[in-house]
Design a protein. Structure first.
Lengths: 404, 140
C-alpha cells in the first residue's frame, strides 16, 4: 500500500531545513532525491566490494564484476530489453545521445534527414546539429502547439524516404508533456528510419517496454530515478549496436590490440571504454530495485493526484499562467505570474525553503515559442505531499505580493 | 562620498531590517525605481548574459569620474544593481578598481554575488571594473 509518510522516512534529505524552513523539494525533474537503501548501496560497495572489474582473477574483482553485471540485468529487465548486452552503461542521457549521434556519422550522408522535436532540451538539439555539420545532413523539427504538444500532422509531412533518424524525448523536461512515442516510432519505421527516444524525464514515472515499443534506441539517467549522478543507460537493439562504430577508444572495449590493427570487443563492452563508473552502475541497479518495490504504477498514480491538486490550487492565483496544458503530462507544472520575472519568484521561494527550477530549462526554443524569458517549474515526485503544494501556493502568493 | 563611506551607509541602512523579507522588500522597491538606464543604451552589445536574468550596463566618463547606468529584466537583480550603482557610480576609476564588494556579505545578499549564481551580477561587477580600468588607462 502506497504510504507517502513512510516513503518520506527513506529520504534523509527531506528532513533538512533551507533558510531556516523545512525543505520543500520541487526540482525533481532536474534530479531526484536519494533514498537510504540507495545511499547504503554506495557505502556497501566501497566498504565491501571496491575493485576494478572484468579483468582481475582475484575474488574481489570477480564479486564487483558480478554485481556490475547483475545491475545491467536489472536494467535490462526493467526496460524489458531482449538481451543484457543491449544495455550500455553511460555517464548519463547526454552521453548516450552523443554516442548514437557519433555512431550515425558513418551511416548518414549528405541530404539525409534527421527529425527532432520542438520540445527538446539543448542536449537533444546540439549533438544533431553537430552531426549535420559533419555530414551535410538536414535537421527537421516537429513543431509544437499552444498546449505544448507535438503536431503529429506535421510529423507525417516531414517523414520521407530521406529520413534516417527520428529523435524525440518521451517526456518534455520543460513542460512535462508525454509525447506519443508509439505513433512516432511506428511511422518512422514505415520509412525505414531509426528512432532514438530520450527517457530522461519519463523513466521516473513510466516504465518503458523497449520491445513492445519496438524502439531502436532509448536513453535514461540514474539520477532522475533515485540513483546517483554520473551514470545512465543506453538501450540499443542488438542489430543497431553492432552496426554503430565504437564511440571512444580505450581499455575494456578491445579484443586484441597490435600496432597494425585492433579488433573490438563484443557488445556491450565495445561501447564501454576504460574503467566504468562501477559504483554508479551497481547503485543504479539498487535505485531501480527501490522504485520497483514501490511500483511505478503506484508512483505515477500518486504523482498524478499531486499534479491535479497543484494545478487546481495554482490556477486560483490571479495572473498565474501555466505553460504545457496537455492532458498527457507528468507531474510538472511550468508557470509564470503576469509581469513578474521567473527568477524573482524562484528567489523568494528559495527564501521560503522551496526549491523550484527557474529559467529556460535548457529548452530555449520552447520559451521562444511562448515569447517568454523562462518559467518557474515545479516538478513533483512520489515523496512530495499536498501539504508541500499548499506551501508552494502560499509562497507564490507571497512572491506575488512582494514583487508586484 | 567615497566608496567606503557609501558602503558603510548602506550597511547601516540594512542593519535596521529585521528579517530577509524586509531586506528583500527594500531591494524590490529599489528595483522598481525607474529609470536606471536610458533606453538607447539597452542594446545587445551592452547586455551581460547571466543565463536567467539579463543585465545591461552603460558607462560614461564625466569630469574624471565614471558614471554607470544599468538595468535588469528581473526586479531583485535590478535592486542589487541599484545598490551597486550607488556605490560605484560617480567615482574615480582608480577607486572603482581598488574597491571590494565585501559589503554585500554584510547586508545579507552574499548569495546573489556568488560566482555560480546565474543572474549576471558577478559579470556585472567585473564589467564595472573593466570600464574603470579602460578609463584609468585613458587618464594615464
Amino acid at each position: 500500500m502506497f504510504n507517502v509518510e513512510n516513503i518520506r522516512k527513506d529520504f534523509p534529505i527531506l528532513s533538512r531545513t533551507v533558510n531556516g524552513k523545512p525543505l520543500v523539494y520541487f526540482d525533481n525533474a532536474a534530479t531526484s532525491q536519494t533514498p537510504k537503501p540507495v545511499i547504503d548501496a554506495i557505502v556497501d560497495y566501497y566498504s565491501n566490494y571496491n575493485a576494478n572489474i572484468h579483468r582481475g582473477v582475484h575474488t574481489l574483482s570477480q564479486e564487483a564484476t558480478d554485481l556490475y553485471e547483475q545491475a545491467r540485468q536489472k536494467i535490462q529487465s526493467h526496460f524489458n530489453a531482449k538481451f543484457s548486452h543491449e544495455i550500455i552503461f553511460t555517464s548519463g542521457t547526454t552521453h548516450g545521445i552523443n554516442l548514437v549521434a557519433h555512431g550515425f556519422s558513418s551511416l548518414i550522408k549528405k541530404d539525409d534527414e534527421i527529425i527532432v522535436s520542438a520540445l527538446e532540451h539543448h542536449s537533444n538539439i546540439v549533438p544533431w546539429q553537430m552531426l549535420c555539420e559533419r555530414t551535410g545532413a538536414i535537421l527537421k523539427v516537429i513543431p509544437m502547439n499552444e498546449d505544448g504538444e507535438l503536431v503529429m500532422a506535421k510529423y507525417d509531412e516531414l517523414l520521407s524516404n530521406n529520413t534516417k533518424l527520428v529523435f524525440v524525448n518521451h517526456v518534455s523536461n520543460a513542460l512535462g508533456t508525454i509525447n506519443p512515442i508509439e505513433y512516432i516510432i511506428d511511422e518512422a519505421h514505415k520509412v525505414g528510419a531509426a528512432v532514438l527516444i530520450d527517457g530522461a524525464q519519463s523513466s521516473p514515472h513510466i516504465k518503458a517496454n523497449v520491445q513492445d515499443l519496438d524502439v531502436d534506441f532509448y536513453v535514461a539517467s540514474a539520477h532522475k530515478m533515485c540513483g546517483p549522478t554520473g551514470v545512465g543507460m543506453l538501450y540499443g537493439k542488438e542489430e543497431w549496436l553492432k552496426k554503430l562504430p565504437p564511440y571512444q577508444g580505450g581499455g575494456e572495449m578491445i579484443a586484441e590490440v597490435t600496432f597494425e590493427k585492433t579488433t573490438y570487443a563484443d557488445l556491450p563492452h565495445k561501447f564501454e571504454a576504460g574503467t566504468p563508473n562501477i559504483a554508479g552502475g551497481i547503485v543504479f541497479g539498487a535505485a531501480i530495485d527501490y522504485m520497483n518495490a514501490i511500483g511505478l504504477e503506484a508512483i505515477a498514480s500518486y504523482e498524478n493526484e499531486l499534479l491535479e491538486y497543484a494545478n487546481e490550487k495554482l490556477l486560483q492565483i490571479e495572473g498565474l499562467k501555466i505553460y504545457g496544458t496537455s492532458k498527457n503530462k507528468t507531474s510538472v507544472i511550468s508557470f509564470n505570474l503576469e509581469g513578474i520575472h521567473p527568477y524573482d519568484i524562484g528567489t523568494i521561494l528559495d527564501k521560503l525553503g522551496i526549491a523550484v527550477r527557474t529559467g529556460h530549462h535548457c529548452a530555449q526554443p520552447i520559451m521562444d515559442y511562448y515569447k517568454i524569458p523562462g518559467t518557474v517549474r515545479a516538478s513533483f515526485s512520489f515523496y512530495n505531499t499536498k501539504k508541500e503544494i499548499d506551501l508552494l501556493v502560499e509562497g507564490v502568493k507571497k512572491a506575488k505580493m512582494m514583487l508586484s | 562620498m567615497s566608496i567606503d563611506e557609501i558602503q558603510e551607509e548602506i550597511i547601516d541602512e540594512f542593519s535596521m531590517f529585521e528579517d530577509w523579507e524586509e531586506r528583500y522588500q527594500y531591494m524590490i522597491d529599489l528595483g522598481k525605481e525607474l529609470p536606471l538606464i536610458d533606453d538607447q543604451y539597452k542594446t545587445e552589445s551592452n547586455i551581460i548574459k547571466g543565463c536567467q536574468s539579463k543585465v545591461w550596463v552603460h558607462a560614461e566618463m564625466k569630469d574624471d569620474k565614471v558614471e554607470f547606468t544599468a538595468d535588469s529584466d528581473a526586479i531583485i537583480t535590478k535592486g542589487i544593481i541599484a545598490i551597486l550603482i550607488r556605490v560605484f557610480s560617480n567615482q574615480h576609476p582608480k577607486d572603482i578598481i581598488d574597491a571590494d564588494t565585501s559589503f554585500i556579505d554584510k547586508i545579507g545578499l552574499k548569495e546573489h554575488l556568488s560566482p555560480t549564481r546565474a543572474n549576471g551580477l558577478v559579470s556585472m561587477v567585473k564589467q564595472l571594473k573593466m570600464y574603470a580600468i579602460a578609463y584609468q588607462t585613458q587618464l594615464n
